[in-house]
Write a protein that binds this ligand. Structure first.
Ligand SMILES: [Zn+2]
Length: 117
């Protein structure tokens, strides 16, 4: 996929590369709110005897963030009132990461043409 991207970039003029790079960098405005991971919904059994969940009516669904941070990885419970905002931030973060990867590819393409800026 990275190969495909750099192939596409090689057909652009330097002015187009600069303009695409500026457009991508414009998505970084809210970068301080980054949350990396993915959201999942899970229904659960509580394990209490006689509870409705024992008959298959599970509790939830509850929202979890599947995350990796350095060497830590795991599921983080997200209270339902925060789920929408966390979801928005997760989406923003993957957009920013994709934009950063593309900016780097653009800069490598410019570098291959002998001009980094
Ligand atoms: Zn239960």
């Amino acid at each position: 996929m990275a190969h495909k991207t750099s192939d596409a970039l090689s057909h652009l003029s330097e002015a187009q590369l600069h303009s695409r790079r500026t457009e991508l960098a414009g998505q970084f405005g809210e970068v301080a709110s980054a949350v990396r991971g993915s959201l999942h919904r899970q229904a659960r059994r509580c394990g209490k005897e006689g509870c409705r969940c024992a008959r298959g009516e599970l509790h939830g669904p509850y929202v979890y963030l599947s995350m990796r941070s350095g060497r830590r990885r795991g599921l983080v419970y997200i209270p339902s009132q925060l789920a929408e905002e966390v979801g928005r931030r997760v989406e923003l973060t993957s957009r920013v990461e994709a934009a950063l990867a593309e900016i780097s590819a653009i800069n490598l393409e410019l570098l291959a043409r002998g001009q980094l800026d």
